[in-house]
Design a protein around this ligand. Structure first.
Ligand SMILES: [Zn+2]
Length: 445
């Protein structure tokens, strides 16, 4: 008699072993209690350090010293900071002299004040990021892989540059390109360089995939894709898997985090986090209180090891949750769910309903052929929601898009009540069209 054993191979996230080494654990395997103790000790250190070395934190932490923080509950008494603090007081958050700053990243000036965010890193801070990238990339990069980097990589210390160094350390070949500016050129490069792994921005990779498909592309060498940004629609992940026939991974990161924050494992059930360098919380955005595991709230993090510009209880504006239960990969590390959009990206369409950009992402990007869309919302009586969709090859009938959008809770109800006018415009794009690297902008007029 032959017994067939259905063996499912579990590949544990390499971040567990990495974190075990980083926290100097002498145990055989990572103990979550030991990690919690390490994080508390690092929190105490950063409060002591920032309170002494930075003029901003000296004021901000007033009343709190390391002696006041003997538990995470104590730590929760420290006020949050947000992006307006970085815009207005970023320079005063520095804990080292300007001479020790190796890289400054200036982020958009789209805030209400028009003042850009500037994030400062020492070379030690950058080495920590490189080390995280190396171990995070080992989830999906093997020796000999040829990895195309479609992220900014021109400047030394830029995300793509650090990623390339980490890929080299894994014995794979990084092919630096930068963000996509020509779909044709990138598709040609993928074939010429026999690329089998791609790292890039979700909407740009979706455009590559759709144009590749529309042109009847035959290259089938792509095995793995890493999407790097905050919010990745499942609809884009599914489209990439289907079109390229590859495995899709997600990285959660932002410059404020030191570029890297977490990456999923081969079980693809949420991000495992960079917990030796960052302490994450999920809070109720209205009350500031922690929410129970499983419930959605705003992601907040504290840097545990950064020297140049520590961030203590930084509110990201991103929405996620800690997923209860163990990951399929068998690690003791917890998981954060894929980011479900930003708090600021919600439009109030009725007394009880908010339209989330993430809901539009899921509905519209799931329609075959779509490469991008934009949204305009005008608050009038009735309010007007105008959506312009771009697609490849065959123009998509506006009715198909409208039907999908009406599934979103609240939309059809408001339309029927005469309180919302929905208009959909569908147009064709040729391959010279490049989706913006940022988010699809909602114009609130
Ligand atoms: Zn896992």
């Amino acid at each position: 008699m032959i017994i067939i054993v259905n063996k499912i191979e579990k590949i544990k996230t390499p971040l567990e072993q990495w974190i075990k080494i980083k926290i100097n654990s002498g145990k055989d395997s990572l103990d979550p209690a030991e990690l919690s103790l390490y994080q508390l000790k690092k929190i105490q250190e950063v409060i002591d350090y920032a309170g002494k070395e930075s003029t901003f934190y000296r004021k901000h932490l007033k009343g709190f010293t390391v002696r006041d923080i003997s538990s995470i509950e104590d730590f929760r008494g420290i006020p949050f900071i947000d992006e307006s603090d970085i815009r207005n007081h970023g320079g005063q958050m520095l804990c080292v002299s300007q001479d020790e700053i190796n890289r400054v990243v200036t982020l958009d000036s789209s805030g209400t004040t028009g003042v850009p965010k500037r994030i400062f890193f020492t070379s030690d801070d950058q080495e920590l990021t490189l080390d995280f990238f190396r171990h995070g990339m080992s989830v999906l990069t093997n020796h000999g892989d040829r990895v195309l980097i479609l992220l900014p990589c021109e400047l030394p210390g830029s995300v793509g540059d650090l990623l390339a160094s980490s890929i080299e350390r894994l014995g794979a070949l990084p092919v630096k390109h930068g963000v996509v500016t020509s779909v044709h050129k990138v598709l040609a490069k993928i074939e010429q360089e026999r690329i089998n792994v791609i790292v890039g921005i979700p909407v740009q990779l979706l455009a590559l995939a759709r144009f590749h498909e529309a042109a009847g592309g035959s290259y089938a060498g792509i095995e793995r894709i890493l999407l790097s940004t905050d919010n990745v629609p499942l609809s884009i992940m599914n489209a990439l898997q289907q079109i390229f026939g590859c495995e899709v991974f997600n990285h959660y990161g932002m410059t404020e985090m030191g570029l890297g924050g977490g990456v999923d494992c081969r079980s693809h059930g949420g991000y495992h986090l960079r917990e030796a360098d960052l302490y994450f919380e999920i809070i109720d955005p209205d009350t500031g209180e922690p929410v129970p595991d499983g419930e959605y709230g705003e992601v907040v993090f504290t840097t545990l090891t950064r020297r140049g510009m520590p961030l203590i209880r930084y509110r990201t504006g991103d929405i996620s949750r800690f997923i209860p239960g163990m990951c399929g990969c068998g690690t003791v590390l917890r998981r954060m769910d894929y980011i479900r959009g930003r708090i600021s990206a919600n439009i109030k369409i009725s007394d009880v309903h908010y339209l989330k950009l993430s809901e539009l992402d899921e509905k519209i990007f799931a329609i075959p052929g779509v490469v991008d869309f934009s949204v305009n919302f005008r608050r009038e009586n009735p309010s007007r929601l105008a959506i312009a969709v771009r697609s490849v090859k065959n123009e998509i009938k506006a009715g198909i898009i409208t039907d999908e959008i009406k599934i979103i809770p609240g939309i059809e109800e408001q339309v029927k009540a005469g309180k919302l006018e929905l208009s959909v415009n569908s147009s064709l794009s040729d391959s010279s069209y490049i989706p913006a690297a940022g988010k699809r902008i909602i114009h609130l007029i």
